[in-house]
Structure formats: structure tokens, C-alpha cells
Design a protein around this ligand. Structure first.
Ligand SMILES: [Cu+2]
Length: 132
């Protein structure tokens, strides 16, 4: 019989009060670990948090968005009309399919620069992503 099974037997046969104490200690350890992970991980993600551009009433909001290199920008169409997100540069780095209402499109920006884009269905709809 393995040591683990013996250990489990010991846990199952110990008085309930002791078991509760053990569960509490384990929970405390897990909480402490989570806090440690959160504190360690936070600085790495601080600059590259996901950013969202909402499409509503035939406009991109915010019209200009600044993000750190490596960030992923997601566009969400809140209009009842289809819209696209098309890079205004040559060569084109990104172009979405037409987004129906509720659809979204994501693009990760790895290189710093100013990325102007527009909706190919309604070219007066424009926006800019500034990657630092
Ligand atoms: Cu559009």
C-alpha cells in the first residue's frame, strides 16, 4: 500500500475538528500563493493589457488609442451594421472580415508606430492605434 493512501486514510479518520483545521491551513497556503503569483505577474502584464475599441454609431471609440508594443487590441461591433477594420498602410498589416453586430476582431501590435485604420464599408469611419 502506498504512503499516499495511508496519508489519505489518516486524514479521513482524524476528528472532524482537525480536518477543518487542515483544510483551513491548505486554503491559507493557496491564498498566499495566489497573492505571490499576482504580485509577481502584475508588472509583466501592466504595459500590455488588452485594449478594446468599441464600434458604435458609425464611429470607433476611442478614435485614438495608445498601447505598449505587444498589446492586443480588440474591436467590438456594437452597431446593427457590419463594419470592417482595415489597416490604412501599404503593405497592409491587418484587415478584418466584415463584423456583424456583436462580433469582434483582435490584432496584436508588436512594432511601435502609428497605425491608421478605417472601415472599408464606410470609409469615413477612421481610427488610430499608437504603439509605443
Ligand atoms: Cu463601417
Amino acid at each position: 500500500m502506498s504512503a499516499n493512501v495511508n496519508k489519505w486514510r489518516t486524514v479521513m479518520t482524524m476528528p472532524a475538528s482537525r480536518r477543518v483545521g487542515m483544510v483551513k491551513r491548505v486554503a491559507k497556503t493557496i491564498t498566499a500563493l495566489w497573492v505571490a503569483i499576482a504580485l509577481t505577474a502584475a508588472p509583466a502584464f501592466a504595459d500590455t493589457k488588452p485594449a478594446t475599441v468599441v464600434i458604435d454609431n458609425f464611429s470607433f471609440s476611442p478614435a485614438q488609442l495608445s498601447v505598449a508594443a505587444g498589446s492586443t487590441v480588440t474591436w467590438e461591433n456594437h452597431d446593427d451594421m457590419p463594419h470592417t477594420i482595415v489597416d490604412d498602410a501599404t503593405p497592409r498589416e491587418f484587415k478584418s472580415a466584415p463584423l456583424d453586430s456583436g462580433d469582434h476582431f483582435s490584432q496584436t501590435f508588436t512594432k511601435p508606430g502609428t497605425y491608421k485604420y478605417f472601415c472599408s464599408i464606410h470609409p469615413h469611419m477612421t481610427g488610430t492605434i499608437v504603439v509605443k
